[in-house]
Design a protein around this ligand. Structure first.
Ligand SMILES: Nc1ncnc2c1ncn2[C@@H]1O[C@H](COP(=O)(O)OP(=O)(O)OP(=O)(O)O)[C@@H](O)[C@H]1O
Ligand SMILES: *[C@@H]1O[C@H](CO)[C@@H](O)[C@H](O)[C@H]1NC(C)=O
Ligand SMILES: *[C@@H]1O[C@H](CO)[C@@H](O)[C@H](O)[C@H]1NC(C)=O
Ligand SMILES: [Mg+2]
Length: 331
């Protein structure tokens, strides 16, 4: 210890003597370069960048999150894990990842987008590389369609140029004007580059209630037949989903060639939630509010909620959506 201490001291004295021998300008430059390097390091540490420090996919974290936090969605869990992991672990994807999430209200579509974002971006949904567009909020007036189109295209291009690993979430996709959906089509396709920009690392997620009623019908058929909910597989939902999407002329999908051209990689169905899932959501919500989860309180709240069909009372009309505010009333 003593020896190395004195060696260090000798070194410091020697260096300062050497530095002293140089003219002051170059000393300042050397010191300045050190400070700049340190500054850069600090900057990368504090401010989000498009690099591995801030964007780093962890597939087991996504799996753990989906298993532990998403209730009653075994089909969606499986599809999303496979889709996102496959894409993120592929060094050379041929096109961006395009997911379309469908289902009844309050079943976890926004929630899952948040979990996906958190598994990729350290800042999750508040990352500067995650962009959420809501049809009715961002593009409300049909008369402005042309300017929305140009703006949206510029945003996508600008953001992917800044960071190829950008995520775009389009909420209320069924309320989005068909022309606007058409305008983003080129970015979802198999092009190597468009005007020198490659979109192949980007992720697009579409959320909608389109097909929700058909999914409910499949789940209800299983329930009526006395079959287990967990027996429902993707194949049972796929036809109902695609047919409904095509047949519903009010949903933007119908007018576009998103489906025709196979630009959507995965259609992800979200099942309607049952009483027990509402209870699970309630318990999780109490925990999130910093309370000790109390079965009696949650049970009381769940029993007061609205279920359908009227006679059978199988599925929660609002899913888990209103639970956070409802709970306050029962606590
Ligand atoms: N399957 C689920 N598991 C756990 N929590 C859920 C689930 N579904 C909904 N939640 C809870 O309810 C809240 C609202 O759900 P979310 O916003 O994801 O619904 P949604 O499917 O997007 O509905 P909408 O179609 O009305 O937009 C979530 O933030 C989450 O806390
Ligand atoms: C990925 O997530 C798992 C589960 O949360 C965690 O144990 C592991 O340390 C993470 N790995 C990396 C490289 O961050
Ligand atoms: C990126 O997208 C956001 C909207 O989420 C937009 O406000 C911003 O201008 C875009 N950036 C570029 C460089 O286009
Ligand atoms: Mg939603």
């Amino acid at each position: 210890m003593k020896a190395s201490g004195s060696t260090l001291l000798r070194y410091v004295v020697l260096t300062s003597a050497l530095v002293g021998a140089f003219e002051p300008v170059s000393t300042a430059v050397v010191a300045g370069m050190g400070a700049a390097a340190l500054g850069r390091k600090l900057y990368h540490y504090l401010y989000e960048n498009c690099d591995g420090n801030w964007i780093n996919f962890n597939s087991s974290a996504l799996e753990v999150d989906l298993q532990a936090k998403l209730f009653g969605q075994h089909v969606a869990t499986r599809v999303i894990l496979k889709a996102v992991s496959g894409f993120m672990n592929n060094e050379n994807p041929k096109k961006p990842l395009v997911l379309s999430l469908h289902g009844w209200t309050g079943t976890g579509k926004n929630f899952v987008s948040q979990l996906i974002a958190e598994s990729i971006y350290r800042k999750g949904m508040s990352s500067g590389f995650v962009h959420l567009f809501t049809a009715t909020a961002h593009f409300p007036h049909e008369m402005h369609l042309e300017s929305y189109k140009t703006q949206l295209q510029q945003w996508i291009k600008g953001n992917v140029t800044n960071c190829p690993r950008s995520m775009f979430i389009f909420d209320e996709m069924d309320k989005m004007h068909p022309g606007l959906i058409d305008s983003i089509k080129p970015y979802l396709d198999y092009y190597e580059t468009l005007d020198g920009v490659s979109y192949r690392q980007a992720i697009f997620i579409f959320l909608s209630n389109a097909g929700g009623e058909n999914i409910v019908q499949v789940a209800l058929d299983f329930w009526t037949a006395g079959r287990d909910r967990e027996e429902i597989e993707l194949k049972h939902l796929e036809t109902a989903l695609s047919l409904s999407v095509f047949n519903n002329k009010n949903s933007g999908f119908w007018h576009t060639s998103l489906i025709d051209k196979n630009l959507v990689d995965y259609f992800v169905p979200f099942l309607p939630l049952e009483y027990k899932h509402v209870v699970q959501c309630g318990m999780a919500e109490m925990h999130a509010k910093g309370r000790t989860p109390d079965m009696d309180v949650v049970d009381q709240m769940a029993r007061d909620m609205s279920f359908f069909p009227k006679e059978e009372r199988v599925f929660a009309r609002q899913g888990c959506k209103v639970i956070s505010s409802r709970l306050d009333f029962y606590i």
